[in-house]
Design a protein around this ligand. Structure first.
Ligand code: HEC
Length: 149
């Protein structure tokens, strides 16, 4: 009787281990991605509040005809690479956002690292109306290489 119970216990523990090993690789990958996403998002929010919210507002609504909105911005939706660049380089000249023309220079922040640009981009592209997912630092680096020289 006792040996039977031990045998059953061994089988149960054994199948848990097999199940765990079988699931582990997939879960680990997903886990890593979502931990990375969370880190980017949290850092990005801090940076956004520090560098961007003055003008674009905490809720991304912008300010009248002076500062364009980020929430629901069709410009953001269509121009990821340009947005990555303008964070660091700034932008001037006419810009059409959701059918409204804006024309005020925005100063860039050249001192930001590629990682900080990726974090801010991840934050604004996953806040309010946006659900783009992670914008990796490798993407920011290759885009910035093109526009910063
Ligand atoms: C001093 C005010 C100011 C600050 C600070 C500022 N912006 Fe802007 N931003 C503007 C203005 C003005 C424009 C429109 C530029 C133009 O007319 O060409 C703009 C344009 C944009 C656009 C493209 C238009 C749109 O609404 O989709 C994005 C995206 C953007 N800014 C993101 C940011 C981010 C991210 C930060 C922080 C790193 C930031 N801005 C900081 C004023 C500001």
């Amino acid at each position: 009787m006792i040996t039977n119970r031990s045998a059953i216990l061994v089988i149960i523990i054994g199948s848990f281990s097999i199940g765990w090993v079988a699931c582990a690789p997939g879960n680990q990958n997903q886990g890593e991605n979502s931990v990375k996403f969370q880190q980017y998002f949290v850092e990005g929010e801090v940076l956004y509040k520090q560098h961007c919210a003055n003008c674009h507002q905490t809720d991304g609504a912008g300010l009248g005809r002076v500062y364009p909105p980020l929430n629901k911005s069709d410009f953001m939706h269509e121009n990821l690479n340009e947005v990555i660049c303008l964070i660091k380089k700034g932008k001037q000249g006419e810009i059409l956002v959701n059918g409204v023309m804006y024309n005020q220079p925005m100063a860039g922040i050249p001192s930001l690292t590629d990682l900080e640009v990726a974090e801010i981009t991840t934050y604004i592209y996953n806040s309010w109306s946006h659900q783009q997912g992670l914008v990796d630092v490798s993407v920011a680096t290759s885009v910035l290489k093109e526009c910063m020289d």
